[in-house]
Design a protein around this ligand. Structure first.
Ligand SMILES: *[C@@H]1O[C@H](CO)[C@@H](O)[C@H](O)[C@H]1NC(C)=O
Ligand SMILES: *[C@@H]1O[C@H](CO)[C@@H](O)[C@H](O)[C@H]1NC(C)=O
Length: 422
């Protein structure tokens, strides 16, 4: 009942507008030329193009001779369909009484836009891109308007926001792709992305707040190589490079995560290398291993990259190379490895990894020295901190009137009671 009522009121509105706008032609709608758009189940008014507004016309379906609506309908140049459905889609022909003027209109039905689904990602620390997809199929020609504002400037108290700036267009690259790119974004700023879906029946806007540091996801590292280490049947050396999309800069470094396993083995072992290289020391002798690596912002912003493509390598079965000092390798059958966590029983024909501590890699010795250095530095730093705290919290400091508490040194001197007001 309500639909027929609304259909009737639509007719009355159509009549009223036809009478009121006696000198206007058909309204311009966005979409393909010669097509008018409506929604299934709603009433629909088609307008005869090329005819003076209000001029009586006859309406026909294309390829049909029966009159749909005569010139005496009182609706002028408009055809009213009370409850459009898919059978009404198609082409209509309208003609004035004398047949001299007229036109052709195609009716296409669909739905108004719905808020699109939007997500954004940054593959580096300066640029990010947003992609979108319709949340509902409208069946109509659709375009997207994309813009962004800088929303907040981080305040010290986390609450204060300076007024937003913009909007600026978020250029769609290439045009018509469901993707736009913001260049030169600030790492710590908040941005509000506006993706507005537009079709002939309306507009619908999705707003999304993003900050570069939370949507950061580097591309996977590149150039992963796995090499055997001659003389070390349980070692593999893996090396890789930064992803090409991540220019190296001292303030924006990447850290890495490396996984490896014998290829028949389902479970990965994981290590976090410190550089662009890692020496695996507990590989299973004689077995091919798969290795993969992923990257993340050094300070844990965003998330880990996808894994790189796997690279494979098999530990060396060659004896120690001849260059090693003669005294340290008098035998081809080296001593037994002291490690017991070998994931698979060593095969008799394969040499376990052997070297005693003092013949370890220079790299490992450097690592030990470095960690000793770090510990002693940390010890010194802790001592200095404790001394500093003691000096700050000391009840009777000699440097003027001072309130106890951490914040006291941060109050400007001229705000302290008793200080001369300059
Ligand atoms: C951001 O994009 C611009 C333009 O494509 C590029 O020149 C620049 O290197 C990018 N910045 C980073 C950090 O990758
Ligand atoms: C979003 O973009 C549309 C199209 O440019 C604009 O009309 C609308 O006002 C914007 N909305 C907000 C909240 O910025």
């Amino acid at each position: 009942m309500s639909s027929s009522c609304s259909g009737l009121s639509r007719v009355l509105v159509a009549v009223a507008t036809a009478l009121a706008s006696a000198s206007s032609s058909c309204p311009e709608t966005w979409g393909s030329p010669g097509v008018q758009y409506g929604q299934p189940g709603r009433s629909m008014t088609l307008c005869c193009p090329g005819v003076t507004a209000g001029a009586p016309v006859s309406w026909f379906r294309d390829h049909e001779t029966s009159l749909l609506q005569g010139p005496d309908s009182g609706l002028g140049q408009e055809l009213v369909l009370t409850q459009a459905d898919s059978t009404d889609e198609g082409t209509y022909i309208c003609r004035t009484l004398d047949g001299a003027l007229g036109g052709m209109v195609t009716l296409q039905l669909g739905y108004p836009p719905a808020r699109p689904l939007v997500s954004c990602r940054a593959a580096d620390y300066e640029n990010f891109s947003c992609t979108w997809s319709p949340s509902q199929v409208s069946g109509l020609p659709t375009r997207y308007l994309t813009s962004y504002r800088k929303k907040t400037v981080p305040g010290t108290d986390g609450q204060r926001m300076s007024p937003s700036t913009g909007p600026w267009p978020c250029p769609q690259d290439p045009p018509g792709a469901a993707r736009c790119v913001v260049h030169g974004a600030e790492f710590w700023s908040q941005y509000r992305i506006n993706v507005t879906e537009v079709n002939p029946l309306g507009v619908s806007t999705r707003l999304l707040d993003v900050s570069l540091q939370s949507i950061l996801r580097p591309d996977p590292p590149q150039g992963l190589r796995v090499e055997s280490v001659p003389g070390y049947p349980r070692r593999l050396r893996a090396s890789w490079t930064y992803p090409a999309s991540w220019p190296r800069q001292p303030h924006f470094l990447l850290k890495f995560r490396l996984q490896y396993r014998p290829v028949q083995h389902p479970a990965w072992s994981t290590v976090e290398p410190t550089g662009l290289e890692e020496v695996i020391t507990d590989a299973v002798a004689g077995l091919p291993h798969a290795v993969r690596v992923s990257a993340r912002d050094f300070l844990d912003a965003g998330i880990w990259s996808a894994w790189s493509p796997e690279a494979w390598g098999t530990p060396s079965t060659e004896p120690l190379p001849k260059e090693i000092p003669a005294g340290s390798q008098p035998h081809t059958q080296p001593e037994e490895d002291t490690q017991v966590d070998s994931p698979a029983p060593p095969r008799p024909s394969l040499l376990p990894d052997l070297l005693p501590l003092d013949h370890r890699d220079p790299l490992e010795q450097v690592a030990v020295l470095a960690s000793l250095g770090i510990f002693s530095f940390l010890g010194l730093a802790a001592g200095a901190l404790a001394l500093g705290l003691w000096l700050r919290l000391r009840p009777d400091g000699k440097d003027g009137p001072q309130k106890p508490g951490f914040l006291a040194p941060m109050i400007p001197v001229d705000k302290l009671p008793g200080a001369p007001n300059l």
